[in-house]
Design a protein around this ligand. Structure first.
Ligand SMILES: [Fe+2]
Length: 562
């Protein structure tokens, strides 16, 4: 059974499942080179088909994890939430009707665009299935996880008129929806609003708010923020002059109040309140269902600090976060829903996310030839991993480009930049070199054998830590030895690796460990400023040519500037 998942909700992409195995999964941004691209995912679809030697006619089902619209059951909930909001503030009527109108118009437009373009590619447009956006997030959260049963929490800005859902999931019984929150009471929009308030781009720069939060005092303005959104037996936004379900609407009254506080204190308050609301919502259903494992998906769980709080919250044994937790994962989710609808099963857990393009030695040679006046290369067998490890120990910044590209927002060793983590001022230096403005330190990669010595409470069964989707409090050893990756609140968000995940990546880090006694390096995404992670050898060379890295290991070639 060949299922093609497609989606263009916020971030577009495609996924190919064949007989319950994921063959390929990629987001369009990597081909178009436009960060968070949501245009029709033509190149992603073409790549998925090509990766298995297929043409459109070979696909049994085309499935989209969004644009289902609203059903009768949820319509009554949306009406209830609207009535309650209007009873609190009559002005909410106007805001909610604007929200719903914008949502209906935009969703129909994107759905139409998807259908029309799939038709042009040769797919039968009357056979495309559209599923609920949050159900799609829920499927990606649970089925690729290692758990037999779990509580599934999805939270984002909006999708198919919802902003959050809770479900009980088991391999035998499937996913049963327990509760949902409409898009008018959106925790994701609250976080996005603050991102916009500070001049950053919502749906893109939320990590900057999370990074800044560690420098502030959450108590200073949390009571003002609670006038925007809070938890009172459920998630309730105070729609009116203090909150709108839009990220870029001005709120003069609340902004006047917030202007009395520092950026750091506001961010700390926003982060703390978001954690508090998500945890209260989760706890209510943990108690009721007795689940001990939690699966997370939806853009809000790109927030590694919330994930850490859930893991540490007590009552939770383990968490799993889908590695492409945002809307870029909804093609995958749509394909999974169709798979289970047709009686198939996903081969879980998802062991890795190296699901994107790889390049042959002929393709790499041809790219190098076209840049022959600008780059030179030597073979890895002549240069050796040991020497690369020594270069990193000496302070060089090295790009690695190996095998299939990662799916999801994190570089995990296929398209990564590696730098030593011992320098306290490395965040500042690297931000300058890479033209970034991150407030969180760069993230570490650590050999699995030593992870327990560096990250408090880490356990080998924390699959989330292998995909860089959760933070840990660092040990004294980590703070002494790899200060560059430890945030001001003593946390880090590591990628843990073992030999099975990515052999070359592991071997290089192991060589560094043998040289220095330190099993940790900085692993940051291999990309140019505000661009997506590099995909092709040409993207990597372009990044080398603007001095993002001192040289780049492209498969078995060490490539540097002439
Ligand atoms: Fe979403």
């Amino acid at each position: 059974m060949k299922i093609l998942g497609v989606c263009n909700a916020l971030v577009s992409g495609a996924t190919l499942l064949v007989d319950g195995d994921v063959i390929a999964s990629v987001n369009e941004e990597r081909f178009s080179r436009i960060k968070n691209d949501r245009s029709f995912p033509r190149e992603s679809i073409e790549y998925c088909l090509k990766s298995h030697g297929l043409i459109p006619g070979d696909i049994d089902y085309v499935s989209c994890g969004a644009w289902k619209g609203i059903d009768e059951f949820f319509l009554s909930q949306l009406i209830n939430e609207t009535v309650e909001a209007v009873m609190r503030d009559n002005y909410a009527k106007k805001i909610i009707s604007e929200r719903i109108q914008v949502s209906v118009e935009r969703d129909q437009l994107f759905k139409r665009e998807l259908i029309d373009n799939l038709g042009k590619m040769g797919f039968a447009t009357d056979k495309i299935d559209f599923y609920d956006h949050h159900l799609s997030h829920a499927y990606t959260a649970f089925y690729p996880s290692p758990f037999k049963e779990a509580l599934v929490l999805t939270i984002d800005g909006r999708g198919d008129f919802k902003s959050a859902t809770i479900s009980s999931a088991s391999r035998s019984e499937g996913i049963q929806l327990i509760d949902s929150v409409s898009e008018i009471n959106s925790l994701g929009y609250f976080y996005g609003y603050i991102t916009n308030y500070f001049g950053f781009t919502p749906n893109k720069h939320e990590g900057k708010i999370t990074g800044l939060a560690a420098y502030g005092d959450p108590k200073k303005c949390i009571n003002i923020l609670k006038r925007m959104i809070d938890y009172d037996k459920r998630i309730v936004a105070h729609i009116g002059e203090n909150y709108t379900p839009f990220m870029s609407r001005k709120l003069p009254k609340i902004e006047k109040e917030l202007s009395k506080f520092s950026r750091e204190d506001i961010c700390a308050g926003v982060q703390s309140l978001t954690e508090e609301i998500a945890l209260k919502y989760l706890r209510k259903f943990l108690r009721r269902t007795k689940h001990r494992n939690v699966c997370l998906s939806g853009g809000v769980f790109g927030n590694v600090k919330i994930n850490q709080k859930i893991l540490e919250s007590g009552g939770v044994d383990n968490i799993y976060v889908f590695p492409q937790m945002g809307d870029g994962g909804n093609a995958f989710g749509g394909a999974l829903i169709k798979l289970y609808e047709m009686g198939g099963k996903f081969k879980y857990p998802l062991k890795h996310v190296y699901l994107g393009p790889e390049y042959s030695s002929t393709e790499i040679s041809s790219t190098l030839l076209s840049y022959k006046s600008k780059v030179k290369y030597v073979r890895l067998e002549d240069y050796t991993l040991k020497r690369i490890a020594q270069d990193i120990a000496d302070g060089l910044c090295i790009g690695i480009f190996t095998g299939r590209m990662e799916y999801g927002p994190r570089s995990l060793g296929s398209r990564s930049i590696l730098v030593r983590a011992i320098d306290r001022d490395i965040t500042e230096k690297l931000n300058k070199r890479l033209n970034r403005s991150e407030f969180m330190p760069f993230a570490p990669v650590t050999l699995e054998e030593y992870a327990g010595e560096y990250y408090k409470g880490w356990s080998k069964n924390h699959l989330a830590s292998y995909f860089m989707t959760v933070c840990y409090v660092c040990s004294k050893k980590a703070k002494d030895q790899v200060a560059g990756v430890v945030h001001v609140d003593s946390t880090a968000r590591p990628q843990i690796i073992n030999k099975k995940h990515n052999r070359l990546y592991y071997d290089l880090l192991n060589e560094y460990y043998k040289l220095t006694g330190i099993p940790t390096l900085i692993n940051t995404s291999f990309n140019n400023h505000e661009e997506p992670i590099v995909c092709s050898p040409e993207d990597a060379i372009k990044s080398l040519l603007i001095d993002n890295v001192d040289y780049v290991l492209i498969e078995d070639l060490v490539v540097s500037r002439t």
